[in-house]
Design a protein around this ligand. Structure first.
Ligand code: PEP
Ligand code: MN
Length: 337
C-alpha cells in the first residue's frame, strides 16, 4: 500500500502517518517527491488497514501497489531518481560514464586509466580489487592494496571510484575507499550482501544476474532500498542464452522496460554484455540511444596484456572515440553526458 499525502501536507502530518503505519505492524518508507510525499507501507496487510489509514490527517488517498517490488516501483515514486557520488551523476537528464579496467593491477595502470577516463569525459573510475572469478586459479584481485590504488587515482583525478564488494564481511572495508559499491552479477541474489550494502551509506550499482528475470532484479534492488539505502542503480550486463557468438546476450529492451517499471537509474555494461572489444563501441552507442542513464565500460592501457577480461576491453583511443560518438547521440536526445 502507499499512503499518498496531500500536496500541502506538513511534516507533523507525515510523522503522524509514519507512526500510524508502524503501529499497524507495517514498515513505513517515506518517499519525498517534488510534487507530493508518499509513504509506502510494507508488510502483511489486513483489509481494514486501507480505511484506517485513509482517515489520517493530510492523507489524499491510499492505493495498493500492484508490483511485487514496492519502494523500487514507479507507482510509488513517479519521478526518476538521480544518483550522485562525487564527480558522478546518473539519472534524469544526465548520463553517467563509468570506465576503467576489469581489475586494478598496479598504481601506474589505474592512474593511467583514470586520466584516460577523465580526458574522454567519463565521470567515474571502475576497477575491481576483489574479483569474483569463475576459476579459483584466476587472478583474484589486489584486495585492500587495490583499494588504496583506486583512492590514489581518485586523489589524482577527482573521479568517483566504483568497485565491487563480493562478501558482506568486506562491505565496511570497501565502503571506506569506494564512492559507489558494485554488486556483481554472481551476487545479485546474495541477500545478506544486499542488506549489508543497504546499510553501508554509499550508492550501489546492482548488476543483473546472468539468469535473473526483471522482477528478480527489481526485488534484489528492493532488499537494498528496504535496508534504508535510496541510491540504487540497476545494471544490465547481459544474460546467458543459447547464443555462443557473444559472451552473454545483451538485451537492450531491458532499458526502456525497467525505466517504465522503476524510478531507479538504469546503467548498461556493453563490455560483459558482449565479451568482444570490437562489439563494445556499437553497443555502447545503442545503450545511449535506447535511454540508458549510464554506462560502465572496461578500458586498459594494454588490453592484450590485461590480467582479466582483456578480450572485451577497449584501449584509450577506442574509448575516447566511443565517448565522442555517444555524446552526439546523447545531445540529440536532449541529455547531458
Ligand atoms: C566486472 O564488472 O568486472 C564483473 C565481474 O562484472 P559482472 O559481475 O557483471 O560479471
Ligand atoms: Mn570484467
Amino acid at each position: 500500500m502507499i499512503v499518498v499525502m496531500k500536496k500541502g501536507a506538513d511534516q507533523k502530518q507525515i510523522d503522524h502517518m509514519v507512526e500510524r503505519i508502524a503501529s499497524l505492524g507495517l514498515k513505513p518508507h517515506v518517499i519525498v517527491g517534488t510534487e507530493r510525499t508518499v509513504i509506502a507501507a510494507i508488510g502483511e496487510k489486513r483489509p481494514d488497514h486501507k480505511e484506517s489509514l485513509e482517515s489520517g490527517p493530510g492523507v489524499a488517498e491510499v492505493v495498493k501497489i500492484l508490483a511485487p517490488y514496492k519502494v523500487a516501483s514507479r507507482e510509488v515514486k513517479p519521478e526518476s531518481t538521480v544518483v550522485t557520488a562525487g564527480s558522478f551523476t546518473a539519472g534524469g537528464d544526465t548520463i553517467g560514464v563509468i570506465a576503467g579496467p576489469c581489475s586494478v593491477e598496479s598504481e601506474e595502470q589505474i592512474i593511467a586509466c583514470a586520466k584516460a577516463v577523465k580526458a574522454a569525459g567519463g565521470t567515474a573510475l571502475r576497477g575491481g580489487a576483489f574479483k569474483p572469478r569463475t576459476s579459483p586459479y584466476s587472478f583474484q584481485g589486489l584486495k585492500e592494496r587495490g583499494l588504496e590504488m583506486l583512492a590514489a587515482a581518485r586523489a589524482e583525478t577527482g573521479l568517483a571510484v566504483v568497485t565491487e564488494v563480493v562478501a558482506s564481511e568486506d562491505t565496511e572495508l570497501v565502503a571506506r575507499y569506494a564512492d559507489i559499491l558494485q554488486i556483481g552479477a554472481r551476487n545479485m541474489q546474495n541477500y545478506r550482501l544486499l542488506e549489508a550494502v543497504g546499510k553501508a551509506g554509499k550508492p550501489v550499482l546492482l548488476k543483473r544476474g546472468p539468469s535473473a528475470t526483471m522482477d528478480e532484479l527489481l526485488l534484489a534492488a528492493e532488499y537494498i532500498l528496504d535496508a534504508g539505502n535510496p541510491d540504487v542503480m540497476l545494471c544490465e550486463r547481459g544474460i546467458r542464452t543459447f547464443e555462443a557468438h557473444t559472451r552473454f546476450t545483451l538485451p537492450l529492451a531491458s532499458v526502456p522496460f525497467l525505466k517504465q517499471k522503476t524510478h531507479l537509474p538504469v546503467i548498461v555494461d556493453p563490455s560483459h554484455g558482449t565479451g568482444h572489444a570490437y562489439l563494445v563501441p556499437d553497443m555502447t552507442a545503442a545503450s545511449v540511444a535506447v535511454g540508458a542513464d549510464g554506462l560502465i565500460v572496461e578500458i586498459h592501457p594494454d588490453p592484450e596484456n590485461a590480467l582479466s577480461d582483456g578480450y572485451q576491453t577497449l584501449n584509450f583511443d577506442e574509448f575516447a572515440a566511443t565517448m565522442k560518438r555517444c555524446r552526439q547521440i546523447a545531445e540529440a536526445l536532449g541529455r547531458r553526458m
